[in-house]
Design a protein around this ligand. Sequence first.
Ligand SMILES: [Zn+2]
Ligand SMILES: [Zn+2]
Length: 87
Amino acid sequence: MDGYFCPSCERIFEKDSLTASYEHGEFWGNPYTVEELTCPMCGDDIVYIEQIHCCDECGNLCIEDYVETSDNRYYCSECYKIKNIYD
Ligand SMILES: [Zn+2]
Ligand SMILES: [Zn+2]
């Protein structure tokens, strides 16, 4: 499951619960639409909301340090340790 994290109020949301607004404009004769997602709790816009991932090991949301493996698995900071041969 992917989610969105709002650092302003430190809450996590699914995309469906975010407030979306659409801004229409025109750039060099080409119409465009910008989707703006807003945090439902504190009202911050998409600038402060990041897409996040679930840890494939424990299922927690990866909201701090995490790793992404080459086969697109994610591990939160609780589930991996960085080692080297001198440890
Ligand atoms: Zn918020
Ligand atoms: Zn984990």
